[in-house]
Ligand binder design. Structure first.
Ligand SMILES: Cc1cc2nc3c(=O)[nH]c(=O)nc-3n(C[C@H](O)[C@H](O)[C@H](O)COP(=O)(O)OP(=O)(O)OC[C@H]3O[C@@H](n4cnc5c(N)ncnc54)[C@H](O)[C@@H]3O)c2cc1C
Length: 399
């Protein structure tokens, strides 16, 4: 076992830290938060990330990328998460779709996406799986007749025609020209169990018939729209289907590994909450000594560290497993590792918020302190890729 980061990983971590300190530090975050909700997409930050080359890290070498493996991306997401959600949040979304298309896409699909990543700083992607009547049913997936997904795509010559609704979708940024790209999951067979009856399509957001029916206000910083979507006879060419017809759910499930990059930012945030709370406990004096020296407070701080360490190394180990399999030429589709990490990261967030709120006492409720923001950010991510509970239930069938 070798826990040492490679020289390249160390250099990238140093670059990420330097970038976040300079470009996405607390002052910049406050500047963004002071804006109206619908003006908070940090376009200038996207441009700077692009100039440094972060979005291109995941591209294959023949496109000028570094083919960064999952562990490298996770270490970077963890690092960036320590500086808030801005830089890492914008990057990890595209990273995961690039690695997916490199494995699953046709040459033409790869070329289209990679060239847009290279040439369009504002280009971003999103994913439409969740539906008003099918939330965790999509994540499991729930395979009973009528379960799992209603949005339907039928074939018409060399096109598919999509009709239906999605909800709570982190929309691609559409302020850039042209717009973003949505990975749409839709049934292509109404009678098959959902695990075999869904296909995946790449849909440019400017496609006629596609619309945003509602923008949801949510409790966390809005860097992108959290939207409900409508598909009214949306036509996508057959060449935009990812994988074979009926493989949509396998793609969605297999791709969960790449979502770990997004989730690893939560570990970074936990680290920040820990450092901030520890510092406070060592300086706040009650009962004649720093509260850190009261066992009930000090042991909470140690418990925070314990939770971070075990979650971080479970996540790094899972990424390492994935990378070994990928380097050996396999495609790891079983998701036990992801499910365990998902559940652990969700629990980590709640433990950190609970301990911080206790240690800060009444001050935890002050808006001028960041505790409220930590709680909102943590809460805002509890559902991601299924709740922690759902991920534990999914693990049951794999052990
Ligand atoms: C901010 C935000 C961003 C999002 N971004 C996206 C996105 O970009 N793309 C996308 O596709 N989706 C997105 N989602 C949707 C998200 O993935 C779903 O919210 C999530 O899958 C949970 O579904 P649900 O909210 O409908 O909960 P439900 O499925 O209604 O679950 C409610 C409760 O029931 C429990 N439960 C559900 N089923 C079972 C079961 N079979 N057994 C035991 N317990 C069960 C759950 O654990 C939970 O406690 C986003 C959601 C939010 C809030």
């Amino acid at each position: 076992m070798d826990f040492e980061l490679t020289e390249e990983q160390k250099a990238l971590v140093a670059l990420a830290k330097d970038f976040c300190r300079r470009e996405a530090g607390p002052e910049y975050v406050n500047e963004i938060l002071a804006k109206k909700e619908d003006e908070r997409i940090p376009w200038e930050l996207l441009k700077k990330l692009h100039e440094v080359g972060f979005p291109m890290l995941t591209l294959p070498e023949k496109y000028g990328g570094r083919d960064a493996d999952l562990l490298t991306r996770i270490v970077l997401a963890d690092t960036m998460g320590q500086y808030g959600h801005l830089a890492g949040g914008l990057l990890t979304t595209n990273w995961r779709y690039c690695t997916d298309i490199a494995v699953l896409g046709t040459e033409e699909q790869q070329e289209m996406i990679f060239n847009r990543i290279i040439n369009e700083p504002y280009f971003s992607m999103g994913e439409g799986g969740n539906e008003p009547d099918h939330g965790c049913d999509v994540v499991f997936p729930y395979d009973e007749p009528g379960g799992g997904m209603d949005t339907f795509a039928y074939r018409d010559g060399d096109e598919y025609v999509i009709n239906g609704e999605k909800c709570f979708i982190g929309m691609p940024n559409t302020g850039g020209e042209p717009g973003g790209l949505l990975w749409v999951f839709a049934r292509t067979d109404k009678n098959a169990p959902v695990s075999q009856g869904v296909s995946c399509f790449l849909m440019p957001t400017e496609t006629p018939g596609f619309s945003v029916s509602r923008v949801n206000e949510w409790i966390f910083t809005r860097m992108r729209m959290l939207a409900d979507l409508r598909f009214d006879n949306v036509r996508v060419p057959v060449r935009n289907r990812v994988g074979e017809e009926g493989q949509g759910m396998a793609i969605l499930q297999g791709r969960f590994f790449n979502h770990l990059t997004r989730m690893a930012m939560e570990i970074g945030r936990a680290q920040t909450i820990y450092e901030y709370t520890k510092e406070y406990a060592k300086t706040r004096v009650q009962g004649g000594k720093p509260i850190f020296e009261h066992l009930t407070v000090g042991s909470r701080i140690v418990d925070m560290l314990l939770n971070i360490e075990r979650t971080r190394y479970l996540t790094y180990k899972t990424a390492w497993d994935y990378d070994q399999e990928t380097k050996a030429g396999g495609i790891l589709l079983g998701t036990l590792g992801f499910n365990l990490c998902n559940a652990a990261i969700k629990e980590l967030g709640m433990v950190m918020c609970s301990h911080a709120a206790e240690v800060f006492g009444g001050r935890a409720a002050l808006r001028e302190l960041p505790i409220e923001g930590y709680i909102r950010a943590t809460w805002g991510g509890q559902h991601a890729y299924g709740t922690g509970t759902v991920n534990l239930i999914k693990s049951m069938s794999m052990i």
